[in-house]
Design a protein around this ligand. Structure first.
Ligand code: PRP
Length: 179
């Protein structure tokens, strides 16, 4: 896998520090609230697992699995729900946890879908943001890092289902996905 990496953007240590800071902020902001973390599979799997352990108030955890990329490198805008939430979010304070916002099309769909289920509040937390690529306006409430317009892998994020297990965030070499 190593030979496919163009550059490491954020090391394990840098990510851990950022996740800790996000967890502290969320802990403060959600005191006394009924917080539901909604992790968006598969990419956010690692992030939500690390983040929830830095949140020092009671939470519940649920997951949604969606897919918009398939095996392509471009978002199609067509979002497919593969797995829905298990529990109702009506009246709850919901925080969507994503690994990466690119065009924003996936999250825009998820946000509108969850909003229609009448949560008390609905906010967005993403580890990574690629603002240059945005096609729809998204209000990001908690953000880890901005990333350049390159193909990002690692810490949960894949290219054709590979590289999710890299402990850091990196840029994939162009030749890997252009061949
Ligand atoms: C990735 C990522 C976001 C989405 C961002 O998921 O986890 O959900 O793409 O792209 P967008 O802002 O352009 O819509 P993907 O569809 O690759 O599924 P995965 O999380 O299972 O890898």
């Amino acid at each position: 896998m190593q030979q496919d990496i163009a550059k490491i953007l954020f090391t394990e240590e840098e990510i851990a520090k950022k996740v800790e800071a996000l967890g502290s902020q969320i802990t403060k902001d959600y005191q006394g609230k009924d917080l539901v973390l909604v992790g968006i599979l598969k990419g956010a799997n690692i992030f939500v697992g690390d983040l929830m352990r830095k949140i020092r108030i009671p939470i519940t955890l649920d997951f949604m699995a969606v897919s918009s990329y398939g095996f392509s490198t471009e978002s199609s805008g067509i979002v497919k729900i593969i797995k829905d939430l298990e529990h109702s979010i009506e009246g709850k304070d919901v925080l969507i946890v994503e690994d990466l916002i690119d065009t924003g099309l996936t999250l825009n769909y998820i946000y509108e879908n969850l909003l229609s289920r009448k949560p008390k509040s609905l906010k967005i937390c993403t580890l990574l943001d690629k603002p240059d690529r945005r096609k729809v306006n998204i209000k990001v409430d908690y953000k880890g890092f901005d990333v350049p317009d390159e193909f990002i892998i690692g810490y949960g994020i894949d290219y054709a289902e590979k590289y999710r297990n890299l402990p850091y965030v990196a840029i994939l070499k162009r030749e890997v996905y252009e061949k």
